[in-house]
Design a binder for this molecule. Structure first.
Ligand SMILES: Nc1ncnc2c1ncn2[C@@H]1O[C@H](COP(=O)(O)OP(=O)(O)O)[C@@H](O)[C@H]1O
Ligand SMILES: O=P(O)(O)OC[C@H](O)CO
Length: 498
């Protein structure tokens, strides 16, 4: 059987396409940067046309690079930056506005209103989310309220809403199919993750007509066949998932208690929680995991706003290094951080602290402090923030009758840093495991597509394909780790209430 799988990975900073063979090895990759549009402070937009064109261009390019034809592609999987909101005209296919990107804060006043209306409990219990401008629902409401003519056109049933996956599928099918998957739907604040349906009460609370919404499918399913004009053959789209849930899947975390952390610009930690919906008591989000059937599956999620970005700051802000890869050597020029602690709260602190107003601190400076100590503290801050998330997740898991996380699977640009990974294992007291294929986001989408089209029989087969590149084992005693976490929490208190 021809069994190359093509993953379309539409991320915040770039569109990428990767061809995988049937045992999950990368055959070829193509990538194009995406223009970031900042119309006002706190606003971030993308041009939906550019999203589509750059994605299509990389898909065509990767086939050429892999020296294969569309006939060799068995199925397509799509994974995408989540929450980013597109609204378009069903007849013309034209977007009515730029896409509002997940980082965009413009819908905050609308969120404040929803909080005042006392909707926090309902939203948490139905969607697993906290009320925040991060999610698609209030971005969509903003578009309906602010784009001239949009509300009336929506009321006439002329418009379609979609996250980036829906937008790409609409384009790939020549405007015929309007669909999304549960993992993307769960990031809208309009989707009931218990029933896997759009929620009439939430649609009404946000004044959003249901006619705008895409059909929702499990993440591994037949979504559509692409039109021949786009990729030369009617290739089936067999898998769709939001990028973080897709990475959880690509890391073969299929069971409750299995967790992954992606160390990119920010960090995204997700722990599978199985089929039971359990809101977090520790300020984390609950979200739909990638689902292979109509049966709901959940994950707990927390994010670190400034992860690898702290290394970019060392490079671009402090000019302490010339390239990100140099941070490890600089940090290794000293045996430890010499008591220096950095809390890189450049844009506030996310889970489990949730404080939007604080700003970063560096404490513990002495006359002997060198750039090496600062670099080491910067790297360690990525691990401390991630550890605080994982510890909160483990507390939630134990409270729900489960077990604490036993190992952490890692990926993302900063996971290449061995010093950081070792420090992470030491802090957590569990193995930190880096797989051979760290393109887990794209791999997850390819696996989802392969599962629904018969390349794989079940997820247990995928578990056997997942291979360890390096396992970092903890070297500290529990007392040492607890002491270090106590120093971190002290630094957090100094940051929040100096
Ligand atoms: N050797 C390294 N050590 C630590 N951080 C690194 C290293 N190499 C890259 N990074 C960081 O990884 C991030 C890029 O990772 P990537 O997964 O490509 O991010 P994103 O998907 O968010 O764009 C950057 O913030 C960069 O500073
Ligand atoms: O495109 P990324 O990797 O920055 O991921 C964005 C996340 O999906 C936002 O929730």
């Amino acid at each position: 059987m021809t069994a190359y799988l093509l993953a379309l990975d539409q991320g915040t900073s770039s569109s990428r396409s990767i061809v995988f063979d049937r045992i999950g090895r990368i055959v070829a990759m193509a990538q194009r940067e995406l223009t970031q549009i900042y119309p006002q402070p706190g606003w971030v937009e993308h041009d939906p046309r550019e999203i589509w064109e750059s994605q299509l261009a990389t898909a065509r390019e990767v086939l050429a690079k892999a020296a294969i034809t569309p006939k060799d592609i068995h199925a397509i999987g799509i994974t995408n930056q989540r929450e980013t909101t597109v609204l378009w005209n069903r007849k013309t296919g034209e977007p009515v506005h730029n896409a509002i990107v997940w980082q965009d804060r413009r819908a905050e006043p609308m969120c404040a209103q929803l909080r005042e209306q006392g909707l926090a409990g309902t939203i948490r219990d139905k969607t697993g989310l906290v009320i925040d401008a991060y999610f698609s629902g209030t971005k969509l409401r903003w578009l309906l309220d602010n784009v001239p003519g949009a509300r009336a056109a929506a009321d006439r049933g002329e418009l379609a809403f979609g996250t980036v996956d829906s937008w790409l599928i609409w384009q790939l099918t020549g405007g015929k199919v309007h669909v999304t998957d549960v993992s993307n739907a769960s990031r809208t604040m309009l989707f009931n993750v218990l029933t896997n349906t759009w929620d009439p009460e939430l649609l009404e609370a946000l004044d959003i007509p249901e006619s705008l919404m895409p059909q929702v499918k499990p993440s591994s399913a037949h979504f559509a066949d692409v039109e021949v004009a786009s990729l030369g053959r009617a290739i089936p789209i067999g898998g769709v998932a939001g990028d973080q849930q897709s990475a959880l899947f690509g890391q073969a975390c299929f069971e409750a208690g299995m967790a992954k952390n992606t160390y990119g610009t920010g960090c995204f930690m997700l722990m599978h929680t199985g089929a039971d919906f359990q809101p977090s008591e520790n300020g984390l989000l609950v979200t739909s995991a990638a689902q292979t059937s109509v049966q709901p599956q959940y994950a707990m999620e927390g994010s670190v706003f400034v992860g690898g970005a702290v290394v970019q700051w060392l490079r671009d802000g402090l000019k302490a290094i010339q390239g990100s890869a140099q941070v490890q050597a600089l940090a290794e020029s000293v045996p430890d951080s010499g008591g220096v602690m950095m809390v890189p709260a450049f844009t506030g602190l996310g889970a489990p602290y949730w404080n939007a107003d604080v700003r970063g601190t560096i404490t513990g400076l002495t006359r002997g402090t060198t750039l090496g100590h600062v670099a080491r503290a910067a790297l360690e801050s990525i691990a401390y923030q991630s550890a605080a998330l994982l510890l909160a997740m483990s507390r939630d898991a134990v409270a729900a009758g489960g077990r604490p996380v036993a190992e952490l699977r890692v990926d993302g640009g900063a996971s290449v840093n061995d010093l950081l990974m070792q420090f992470q294992a030491d802090l957590l007291g569990i193995p930190v495991v880096r797989p051979e294929v760290t393109e887990t986001t794209a791999l997850g989408a390819a696996y989802l597509a392969g599962l629904s089209t018969g390349v794989y029989s079940d997820v247990s087969q995928l578990s056997t394909l997942w291979k360890v590149e390096r396992r970092f084992l903890p070297t500290w005693s529990r007392a040492q780790a607890d002491e270090a976490m106590a120093r971190w929490e002290h630094a957090i208190r100094q940051t929040i209430a100096p």
